[in-house]
Each structure stands twice: as C-alpha cells, then as structure tokens.
Write a protein that binds this ligand. Structure first.
Ligand code: B12
Length: 219
C-alpha cells in the first residue's frame, strides 16, 4: 500500500494526465478511487484538483497547452466536484449560513467553490454565487439571507481595489458579519493587501479553513 504522500503523487499524476487528455470518465474514476482509499474530500481538492489546475496554469503560461485545453481541463475539474456532491451534502444543518463569491471582475471560481463545500461539509448552509458578482448584487443577496460569514475570492492582484471596495461596502452595511478573504492574489504576501482591507480574516488554503471553523465557530 502506498503511504499518503505517495498516494497523493500517484493520483495527482494520473488525474493531471486524464485532465489534459480530456478524459472525464478517467478523472471521475481516479477521484472516486482516491476517496475510496480513505482520503477525505479536502485532500482531493488540495492535493489532486488544485495541484492539477495549478500545473495546467503553468503549462498554459509557457505555451505548452492551448487555451482550449485549459478551458476543457477546468470544466472537467468543476464537473468532478459536482459529481462528488453526495459526499459534500450534510443531513445535519447547524443553523448558520455563509455566502461565497468571487470579487467583481474575478472569473476564477473553482477555489471559492471548494471553500463553500468545506463549510457545507461542516453543516453550514453555503450559498455559492460563483464568478464576477457585482457588489450591489452581493449586498442585496446578503440582506435576504443574513449569513454569519461572507467569503470572497480574488486571484488577479490587479483587482485588489475592487476587493477593497466590496469589503468596505460589506463592513459598513453589515458590521456584524465576518468576512473571510483568500485566493492567489494573496500568494505574494498578504500583508500589503490586508492593510488596505481593514477588519477581515485571510486564510491561505482549505485546511486552514477547517481549523478556523473548528476554533472560531465552535457550536
Ligand atoms: C482556469 C483558469 C482560468 C479560467 C477560470 C474559469 C473558472 N471556471 O474558474 C479563465 C479562462 C476564466 C481564466 C481567465 C484568466 N486567467 Co486564469 N487561470 C486559470 C487556472 C489555470 C486555474 C484556476 C483554478 O481553478 N485553480 C485552482 C483553484 C482551486 O485554486 P485557487 O483559486 O488558488 O484556490 C485555492 C486557494 O487560493 C484558496 N482560495 C481561493 N479562494 C479563496 C477564498 C477564501 C475566502 C479562502 C479562505 C481561500 C481561498 O482555496 C483553494 C484551495 O487551496 C489558473 C492557474 C492557477 N495557478 O490557478 C490560471 C491563472 C489564475 N489565470 C491567470 C490569468 C493571467 C488569467 C487572465 C488574466 C488571462 C487573460 N489574459 O485573459 C484571465 C483573467 C480573468 C479574470 N478577470 O478573472 C494567471 C494569474 C496570474 C496572476 N497571479 O495574476 C494564472 C495563475 C495562470 C498563470 N500561471 O499565469 N483563468
């Protein structure tokens, strides 16, 4: 039996190859086999899907794959996540809601979908709004759902002012709601961005979100 780190590596390589070949059935089988070996969804998300998409991005950046292949790979990754939904959904709801969205102009929605799933697996009602949500729309939605927390994702550093605008609007209208931020825009050192945002919590990955839920939102 391979140990955990070998299992991650083997499944990652198989999954990436299948993704680049456009072989959705193979991606599905690899994902289910990985989960059936005892790995949790959070590991599948971090070690297999996220890692594969980062590699897809690297290959695209160096012109080793086409934009079409990158789009196809992302679409398959999203399809696999939807397929796993029966393992995400909980029968027990703890009575807390969260809203997960991409900042205005931000098209990268896979990471924030994972974030919503982590909350859902912990019994939260998670409302995933997807890519490029206008600030006004987000505010109206929050007014109707009254979540305890809003999670915002930003990949493109250039759009930090849009995130700052969104956070300021949230903080002023709903000071009681916690705001969580993350995404690749923060990967070159979050401090400068966080200084511009005020009272928000930044977390780098899904494992840190699990810890955060356990420690900050104890039932
Ligand atoms: C797929 C993809 C796209 C798709 C997205 C479609 C979709 N359905 O999401 C499309 C084609 C739209 C796209 C467009 C662009 N993209 Co693009 N894209 C990617 C790619 C290949 C994968 C993205 C992805 O899903 N990654 C996997 C997810 C799971 O990772 P993640 O978002 O980082 O999320 C993790 C953490 O950050 C965290 N997290 C994320 N959000 C949050 C939120 C909270 C609250 C918390 C706590 C944590 C958290 O949790 C996740 C798990 O750890 C990346 C490569 C890469 N390195 O990611 C490039 C990449 C992000 N794209 C890039 C670029 C440049 C672009 C474009 C500007 C290209 C262009 N010239 O048009 C546009 C910008 C569009 C826009 N305005 O947003 C660059 C960004 C470089 C940079 N840092 O500025 C990358 C890194 C590619 C590269 N190597 O150069 N892209």
């Amino acid at each position: 039996m391979p140990d955990a780190s070998n299992r991650h590596d083997i499944s990652f390589k198989l999954f990436l190859d299948a993704l680049l070949a456009g072989d959705r059935p193979a991606c599905s089988s690899i994902a289910w086999a990985y989960l059936d070996s005892g790995e949790p969804i959070i590991s599948l998300y971090e070690h297999i899907i996220t890692r594969s998409l980062y590699e897809v991005g690297r290959l695209w950046e160096f012109n080793r794959i086409s934009v079409a292949t990158e789009h196809m790979a992302t679409a398959i990754a999203e399809a696999i996540m939807n397929e796993l939904y029966p393992r995400v959904v909980q029968t027990t709801h703890i009575g807390r809601a969260m809203v997960a969205a991409c900042v205005e102009s931000e098209e990268h929605q896979v990471g924030i979908k994972m974030v919503a799933d982590i909350f859902e697996m912990r019994g939260w009602d998670a409302y995933f709004l997807g890519a490029n949500i206008p600030t006004g729309e987000l505010m109206s939605f929050i007014r109707t759902r009254r979540p305890s927390l809003v999670a915002l994702s930003l990949a493109i550093y250039f759009n930090v002012p849009l995130l700052a605008h969104m956070v300021a609007a949230l903080r002023s209208a709903f000071p009681e709601i916690s705001v969580l931020v993350g995404g690749q825009a923060f990967s070159h050192g979050p401090d400068v961005i966080l200084r511009a945002l005020g009272e928000v919590k930044h977390l780098p990955n899904l494992y840190s979100i699990e810890e955060y839920i356990t420690h900050e939102w104890r039932e």
